[in-house]
Design a protein around this ligand. Structure first.
Ligand code: DSN
Length: 399
């Protein structure tokens, strides 16, 4: 037997025994795994099944009748999950691919993107200088308030001053509701001041972290507000690893061309199948109840850390995650040391920069904690509170 299966078994054992608190991870259903491991991995399918919105002329390979049916079914399901009539492209291999394809679809190299910086809770693909996005485009970041909240006044100021071609909302480590409507209102206000013809940026939302909450109506929806919405399907959506791009219908041709042929070749139809099963599951009342529990558990665990004397960025959480800032309460500890020590106790977290962090992204002064994965495993509020106390007891032993 291949050595690979030994390694997979070791990883399965690790997943069985650890307390998984990485905010971007989850455990998929057996049906998702069956779809991912199916014969669809054998099939090439460059192109798209129809030219419904985008004008594309179909596939570049024969034998695509069943993957055509699958991809159309998958698109219909995702529109149902988010109750939207936006066009959707289900081919991006990941969230990073989805974001790059979206930028390439509507921007020119050198255009300005206005986004949250990585160290404030943004994402590599929102324009970090070490990512291709930061190398191709000019990136301006909006700031946080002293308490770590998004500074909406700064967004409006920077739209007016920098005239970005694209305004981006979304984060990987932000624990509060994002007010998409306020950002749209700022865009409209600045456009009206300048005159519509002169300037009109795209508004894109990367909802990768909170997509499950949007589907479960536990976070305001960006649909009807943003021009483009990207997401992954494996975080709070609890599904196959991959990306999606939604857009207003008039952008469909640009977005589809941005994915294929600009950024990707053949679609991964086993991944499309996994995403379709994910969407079927996300439409159920059980999923909605799951999301409600994820948020309840996150608030309960966060409150327990506050009770134990920890400082949480923004002072709390509205969603599935929160970031503990160790810089004042435990100045001798780095996020990296805490992550490594918790690993030894079978608790998995990730180190995370905190706003205005004086440490590098390798060391960091914080850790990010999420409740989506262990809620899938059946943890309730009391379980998460007990894990908070266990983490505190471990941290107390560190000097
Ligand atoms: N940055 C990853 C995370 O949130 O863990 C996702 O790409």
């Amino acid at each position: 037997m291949s050595k690979v299966f030994d390694i997979i078994e070791k990883e399965q054992n690790r997943q069985n025994k650890t307390i998984e608190l990485i905010a971007s991870e989850n455990f998929v259903s057996e049906d998702v795994r069956r779809a991912l491991a199916s014969c669809l991995t054998n099939k090439y399918s460059e192109g798209y099944p129809t030219d419904r919105y985008s004008g594309h002329k179909g596939r570049y390979y024969g034998g695509c009748q069943f993957v055509d049916e699958l991809e159309e079914y998958c698109c219909d399901l995702w529109r149902k999950v988010f109750d939207t009539d936006y066009h959707v492209n289900v081919q991006p291999h990941s969230g990073s691919s989805a974001n790059l394809a979206a930028y390439m679809a509507v921007l020119k190299p050198g255009d300005t993107i206005l986004s949250m910086r990585l160290s404030d809770g943004g994402h590599l693909t929102h324009g970090s200088p070490v990512n291709i996005v930061g190398k191709i485009f000019h990136v301006v970041n909006y700031d946080l308030t002293a308490d770590g909240f998004i500074d909406y006044a700064d967004i409006e100021r920077k739209i007016r001053d920098c005239k970005p071609a694209l305004v981006l909302a979304g984060a990987s480590a932000y624990s509060r509701i994002i007010d998409f409507a306020a950002i749209r209102a700022s865009i409209e206000k600045v456009c009206a001041e300048l005159g519509d013809e002169a300037y009109r940026p795209y508004f894109m939302v990367d909802m990768a972290h909170i997509a499950g909450l949007v589907a479960g109506q536990a976070h305001p929806s960006p649909f009807g507000i943003a021009d483009i919405v990207t997401t992954t399907t494996h975080k709070t959506l609890r599904g196959a690893r991959g990306g999606l791009i939604f857009c207003r219908k008039e952008l469909a041709g640009k977005i589809d061309s941005g994915v294929f042929p600009c950024c990707q070749g053949g679609a991964l139809q086993h991944a499309v199948a996994g995403k379709a099963v994910t969407a079927e599951e996300a439409c159920t009342p059980e999923y909605r109840e799951y999301i409600r529990r994820v948020v309840r558990n996150s608030k309960a665990m966060c409150d327990e850390f506050i009770r134990l004397g920890y400082r949480i960025v923004t002072g709390g959480t509205d969603n599935h995650l929160f970031v503990i800032d160790l810089s004042e309460t435990h100045p001798h500890l780095t996020g990296k040391r805490v992550q490594d020590t918790l690993d030894k106790h079978d608790i998995t977290v990730n180190k995370n920069c905190v706003p205005f962090d004086k440490r590098s992204p390798v060391e960091t002064s914080g850790i990010r904690i999420g409740t989506a994965a262990m809620t899938t495993k059946g943890y309730k509020e009391a379980d998460f509170e007990a894990v908070a106390r266990r983490i505190d007891a471990i941290i107390r032993t560190m000097n």
